[in-house]
Write a protein that binds this ligand. Structure first.
Ligand SMILES: [Mn+2]
Length: 160
């Protein structure tokens, strides 16, 4: 079956013979622990270190498992610094895939959707994003944070 344009957009070519995916999460960017700018800096430094590791090690993709931000209302400074880190990945041709965590979740449209619109990220959903080379195909799916009644009501029948 010929791939539709939509399907092609979900296929990324791996540069490595063994597909290399860096998995991170719970970066809680913007967290001013103890109301401290020093601690806010620590969280960004840690994330920027992860980004640098991904670039140095020539990863094929970065997967973020939620809570990129510490809360649903990051500051403009938090957003600009995050955009800068994601741009570093984009310039290195490393796609960034993520889901929405419980700390950062907004009512409808998410920060990750904005980054997707900017070409800096893709949200993992029920239809797979594929990272592949001639020998290996990795299919990535994502489920945003779900708990309580939302989890009970969730329909996973469209995964595939
Ligand atoms: Mn968390």
């Amino acid at each position: 079956m010929a791939a539709t344009q939509m399907e092609k957009e979900r296929i990324y070519t791996a540069r490595n013979e063994a597909v290399k995916i860096l998995h991170t999460g719970d970066t809680h960017l913007g967290f001013r622990q103890y109301n401290s700018e020093v601690r806010r800096r620590d969280f960004f430094d840690a994330f920027e270190r992860v980004v640098a590791d991904a670039v140095e090690n020539e990863m094929d993709a970065v997967v973020h498992a939620g809570d990129l931000f510490d809360n649903r209302n990051p500051t403009i400074e938090d957003l600009l610094e995050t955009i800068s880190a994601l741009t570093t990945l984009k310039k290195a041709d490393i796609p960034f895939f993520g889901i929405v965590g419980n700390h950062e979740s907004k009512q409808n449209t998410q920060w990750l959707d904005i980054f997707e619109t900017m070409g800096l990220a893709k949200r993992l959903r029920s239809r797979p994003i594929v990272v592949e080379n001639d020998n290996i195909r990795v299919c990535l799916y994502g489920i945003d944070n779900l708990s309580g009644p939302r989890l009970a009501a969730a329909d996973f029948s469209d995964f595939g």
